[in-house]
Design a protein around this ligand. Sequence first.
Ligand SMILES: Nc1nc2c(c(=O)[nH]1)N[C@H]1C(S)=C(S)[C@@H](COP(=O)(O)OP(=O)(O)OC[C@H]3O[C@@H](n4cnc5c(=O)[nH]c(N)nc54)[C@H](O)[C@@H]3O)O[C@H]1N2
Ligand SMILES: Nc1nc2c(c(=O)[nH]1)N[C@H]1C(S)=C(S)[C@@H](COP(=O)(O)OP(=O)(O)OC[C@H]3O[C@@H](n4cnc5c(=O)[nH]c(N)nc54)[C@H](O)[C@@H]3O)O[C@H]1N2
Ligand code: SF4
Ligand SMILES: [Mo]
Length: 674
Amino acid sequence: MAVTTHRSVCPYDCPDACGLLVQVEDGRAVAVAGDPEHPFTRGALCPKMNRYQDTVHHPERLTTPLRRTGPKGTGAFAPVPWDEALAEITERWKSIIARHGAEAILPYSYAGTMGLVQRNAGHAFFHRLGASRLDRTICSPAKDAGWSLVMGSTPAPSPDACAASDLILLWGINAAATNVHGLHAVREAKRRGAQVWLVDTYVHATAPLCDRVVLVRPGTDGALALGVLHLLDRLGLCDEAFLAAHVQGAAELREHILPEYPPERVAALTGVPEATLHELAEAYGRARDPHLRPGNGLSRYGNGAMTLRTLACLPAFVGAYAKPGGGAFASTSTGQAFPLHRITREDLLPGPVRTINMNRLGWALTELSDPPVASLYVYHSNPAAVAPDQNTVLRGLAREDLFTVVHERFLTDTALWADLILPATTSLEHADLYRSYGTYCIQRARPVVPPVGQSRSNWEVFQGLARAMGFTEAVFEHSADDLIEALLSASHPWREGLDRTRLEAGFAVELDPRRDPFRFETPSGKVEVLNPRDAEPLPSYVPPHSAHDPHPLQLLTAPAVQALNSTFHEREELRRRMGAMALQLNPAEAAARGVKDGDPVTAFNGLGEVAFTLKVTDKVPTGVAVAEGVWWRRFAPGNRTVNALTSQRLTDRGGGSTFYDNRVDVRAGWPLTP
Ligand SMILES: Nc1nc2c(c(=O)[nH]1)N[C@H]1C(S)=C(S)[C@@H](COP(=O)(O)OP(=O)(O)OC[C@H]3O[C@@H](n4cnc5c(=O)[nH]c(N)nc54)[C@H](O)[C@@H]3O)O[C@H]1N2
Ligand SMILES: Nc1nc2c(c(=O)[nH]1)N[C@H]1C(S)=C(S)[C@@H](COP(=O)(O)OP(=O)(O)OC[C@H]3O[C@@H](n4cnc5c(=O)[nH]c(N)nc54)[C@H](O)[C@@H]3O)O[C@H]1N2
Ligand code: SF4
Ligand SMILES: [Mo]
């Protein structure tokens, strides 16, 4: 049988959005490699996506709709035809609507796939239905909110621009895990003599690439940034010409805020020694083209938006925003280049409906009333694993009176609790248009293998549900390809001059954000260190939520190298490389608790208890515990995973998650969790 090669895209929630070359033989993907013609990812893949064919053709793929045949959560299911499954869902929904109204139905989705069509596939349907709306704020809305208070909608530079920098500041980012190709330009800069600094909370996989690693007390980066600004000012390292011409409020920050952040106080707040603080300020202030690369982790605290807002001031004070290799890269907001409303169809809403913050799913399922959530429809998300406060989420999912439908590729922790499971295609089986939050590339992907079993794409399922509900709007008749055309047909300045032929041929092509280094897209046209429209016009330091929690260890639930949130745990070889579900502690913290490397331990707080295998390492400072990865419960020693320890509290702005803003203690042994 002949082998053919096809272009595709990595569909996952990763800033890189790699181009793929997929080899297909007899309707099966047999090999997946990086596309050397992709302008940003240049032919390399991360360890997760090598052997993507093993996910696509995994023996545990869900291949038919399944109906629950035993008690909830026990995994007893039997196959049911698609028509019956869709009819059952819509009949149950019609009776729920008759009793409680459509707001008693809650969709729950996030980023199992990043394609514009499949990711947003449920919006038109649920808007038309009048279901409760979901505020999709689990990832980094506080980062965006804080950053844009200072920078407005100013486009980020190219992610490769930092190759021309002489000082790169990786701030709260484990790029070796989460932005592998972002390191290409960092390595290039290093070859040209740049210094790379990492400001983080523990020494992780990216640290070996860095010349200096500064460990900061979790959630105190805002104070650290103000301390650097204080010293830049004191040492005369500010770019006064840039400040005068392009920054609003530098004088006010200098007068009202910076005097409160002398090195002694900042060292006490952040745990960063005064000498290191001086070195950091000197390095940053004296660099020719200093480049700041903030991650998302530091925004997942009660003060997350304020932290990012403070960080955004740093390049302004040294004039770096106008320098070729300098400035900052927070993310590329490429969604704006497409008329998404043509897919999401808010105009179909029957009237005002309530909005539920996805980080408060546990609360919504267990406490919300008038109407209660009577049905939950989950697609391309795994909230039983990824949502905070797992014990409350599981209590909600266990409710006998909750009708739960899960559209998935695998029997995830969430699918286990479903009344009906619908089998989903992978990205190699459906069409989509991809953008990225870490590059300006866009790429169109066509199906390269037929659907595995009876699996259907998100969009096909919502078309089927719309039909079964009797919805007659034309949008539900359109194919995924029609929707892609609708996204590409309306013009947008960033897409002017885009090579459509190349896009149609499956190659990645780049949007042009028309960036002018001296134009800031804010109401004043300047970098808004002072934002007069905000209740707090100037940035300052506010402590995180957990500052008031008496448990002794800050819990960092950081990304794992071999997984992507709860995705990829289906792959045995990746699980093997990850080893046991580990909690990392400093030797002094382990000794104080009488536990040693490899011991079974339990991390606990007021929300729950989670069993881990202890890893003792001096890469983690005292006062911190690190648990990398969002595991599936079946691979956890105690039937609970890290989110049994994280709270439903939100960020200061944006309604974001606070996954890192939790504290725990640790004791020897494993609990007998049911
Ligand atoms: N391999 C892998 N890749 C991924 C993911 C994954 O889970 N695994 N997740 C994907 C997703 S959904 C996202 S949103 C992206 C980006 O995900 P992000 O959350 O941006 O990930 P990182 O920024 O790399 O990692 C967070 C870093 O922040 C650090 N950190 C936490 N708290 C603080 C703090 O208070 N101060 C400082 N200075 N640092 C802190 C952590 O130690 C960690 O190194 O990655 C994507 N890519
Ligand atoms: N403790 C802790 N929790 C976290 C994080 C953390 O750092 N620490 N990170 C948070 C972040 S940043 C994010 S973005 C969220 C991510 O949360 P989610 O978006 O829920 O991400 P995943 O865990 O990757 O789960 C996605 C699921 O979608 C399925 N899927 C993939 N493609 C398709 C498809 O086309 N159709 C359908 N129907 N299903 C599909 C996959 O099989 C997978 O089970 O997790 C958050 N949770
Ligand atoms: S997960 Fe990220 S780095 Fe890995 S292949 Fe996908 S886009 Fe590339
Ligand atoms: Mo995320």
